[in-house]
Each structure stands twice: as structure tokens, then as C-alpha cells.
Design a protein around this ligand. Sequence first.
Ligand code: ATP
Ligand code: MG
Length: 401
Amino acid sequence: MVGGGVRDLLLGREPKDIDVVTDALPEQVRQLFRNSRLIGRRFRLVHVHFGSDYVEVATFRANADEVDEDDADHERDHGGRILRDNVYGSIEDDVWRRDFTANALYYNIADFSIWDYCGGAADVRDGVLRLIGDPETRYREDPVRMLRAARFAAKLGFRLEPASEAPMRELASLVSQVPAARLFEEVLKLFLSGHAAISFDLLQHYGLFRHLFPASDRVLSEEQAGDFRMLIQQALNNTDKRIADGLPVTPAFLFAVLLWGPIRELAAVKLAGGMSEFASLGEAADEVIAAQQESVSIPRRFFIPMREMLAMQPRFKNTQGKRVSRLLSHPRFRAAYDFLLLRSQAGEVDPELAQWWTEIQTRTPEQQGQNASTPVARPAGAPRKRRRRRPRKATAPDGNG
Ligand code: ATP
Ligand code: MG
């Protein structure tokens, strides 16, 4: 076992996943476990499935420098970025191509020993993130390592050792060379793993955020952007809390939050040009999302609901008549309402309006249908809602239904 699992166990934390490494080739591992799949091109490995879970099994790889320049299994671009990394080697080769010393400990289950080639155990003990080898070279090889540095610092509360920290600001722009689909995965790990608020601060601190979300960063750097920053911070704190409480979080909501600043700005321009509020928000969302795909790609299944919940925002201003119940029964109501709350917490929406939408949800459908602005009292102790019961499905005689 290698990597984050060993590190987390040494720290007394529960590992998020277990990474296994072996001298068997991917094809051999594949043959050994019936329930396994070969995955990846850039970095080939095997997923061995156990029920709904899987363990990632990689083969020891050789250090990048010791490989022939024109080997097809090992490609780099002109800046030294590794494009393909499928040259196999021994454990002594493998250790040097890992990112941080804390991530390069091997746990041998045959005799329960830990193999430490680069001082990783001491760095775990001291809470230090130290890149293996020359930091600048390692960041150029794979700029995602800078994002990983920020993520591990946030998640583990480790501090970056000075030499590993020094080149980050200068090299931060290399992140924009990383394929947008890979950055999407990294963004999810940064913001949906329970340490989003600190990760955001660190990304900004190292100048990395602007290469992930250029339009949002531009708005944040404007003087009057205080409420957008507040909205992001509030949302990320909420997200971290939800994860701590075991509640679900969605990429659609996250991206809505992170892109709201530029979308709102562009929508205001369109509105001033005479477009309707609804249309200007929808168009602005489309344009900002399209530009964003260049840096961090957002899959369709996330940006469609995201666009919808943003375009719904002006509809919350209508608190009269049929439109209220129509909005309440919209499939995206919950997410759009959460976003409204956030906007009100950030000072962008009248808190009374948000409160109104909070209260209306506690009323019965009949009460909601009435002119909603008249207060509806519910006698103390009276049931909140009377739901009509659906007839139950018949149960099989053995009770296993
Ligand atoms: P976690 O799973 O908690 O996010 P991790 O350290 O296990 O953290 P993974 O992405 O699961 O991170 O990677 C497993 C291991 O593979 C790492 O610990 C590290 O040794 C190595 N590794 C992963 N990504 C890179 C990279 N970009 N460059 C070098 N080594 C890497
Ligand atoms: Mg891992």
C-alpha cells in the first residue's frame, strides 16, 4: 500500500481510498482479479472491484529522467510536462516520481513494515509537505502538483517546506496548460472534500485561483467585489459543514457559486441594454460557462442545472398568485432557493424576501395557493401537512416484498 492511505493511517485519519502498488504489470493484475478493469492512457492502472468499491492498483514506474527521450511510453512537451508515464520499474525507481515525501511511504502487508526512502515518516510527523527532488522541475513536469500542494496543506493542516513553496507563484500560470477535464477533477477534490474554504484561500494566496477561474478572479480583484467574496466564503463554509455532517453536495451548486460574480456582472450589462432579466441572466450564464470551459471544463450534466437555478433567481421577486406555487414545484426549486439564501447572506438580496420564501415552504399547498402575502396562522399543535396516502404496494407473502 502506498500514498495517501499510508500517510492518513500514520496521522490517525481514515484514508479516503487505498492505493496499491506492485511489480506485476497491469495486464497481469487484470488477469489475477476477475473483477478488475484496466483504465487510463496517460497513466495506465487497474481498478480491482469489490462490490461497489474498488482498489487502485498501479505498477512500479521508473523515474522520468532515466528514460529514452523518444520512448513512446514516456512523452513530454517542450516545457518538460509529462504527457504519458507508462515506463515500469522497481520500487526504488517508483519512489522518486511520487510528489511529496509524505505521499511516498510504502506499507508492506507481508511483515507490516513501512519502507521510507526519502524521510516521509519524519515529514508526516512534523506536518511538512516537501516535494521530492527539485521543486521547479517537479512542478513543470506536472503543474497539478501545485494544486495538490494547496489541497494537502488545506486538508492535513501541513505547512509547505520553503523550497517547495518558493517557486509556486512564479509557476502558477503553468496550470493553464493542464487539460481542462483533468482540472475539473482537481477542482472537485479541492472544493468538495470538506476543506473548501481553506483551499480557496490558499489557491488565491499562491496565484493559482486565477488560472482555474479567470473571470471570477477578475471580479474578485475589483474594488466593489466584497459581496462576491463574501458569497463564495459563505458558500464554501456551508459546503464544508455539509460534508462534515454527511450531507450531499453538488458540483452544479459549487460552480454556480464560483461563477456568480462574472455572470451577474455580464447580466447587468445585458439588462441595461434592454434585455429581460430572465434572458439576460440565461445568456450571461451561457457566455461565462462557455469561456470557463477553456480552463476548467464543466460537464453538461452539471452546467445545465446550474444555468437553470441561476436563471430562476429573478423569479423569487414574485410573491403573488399562481407564480409562487409554480416556482415551489419546480424541480430545481431547492437549489435555487439555497442560492437565494446565500445571496441574501452576502447582502445581495433583501433578507425579508429570503425569509418570505423560507416561511412559504412551511405552509400547506392550499395556503400557498392563497394570496401568499397574507399571513397564515397554524394553530399550535395542529399537523403541518395532511398528505394523501398512496395505496401501498402489495407485499409478497414471505414478507420480502
Ligand atoms: P488523497 O487520496 O487523500 O486525495 P493521495 O495522496 O492518496 O491523497 P492520490 O491522488 O490518491 O493522492 O494519489 C496516490 C499517490 O500517487 C500519491 O500519494 C502520490 O504518491 C502519487 N501521485 C498522485 N498524483 C501524483 C502526481 N501528480 N505526481 C506525482 N505523484 C502523484
Ligand atoms: Mg489516494
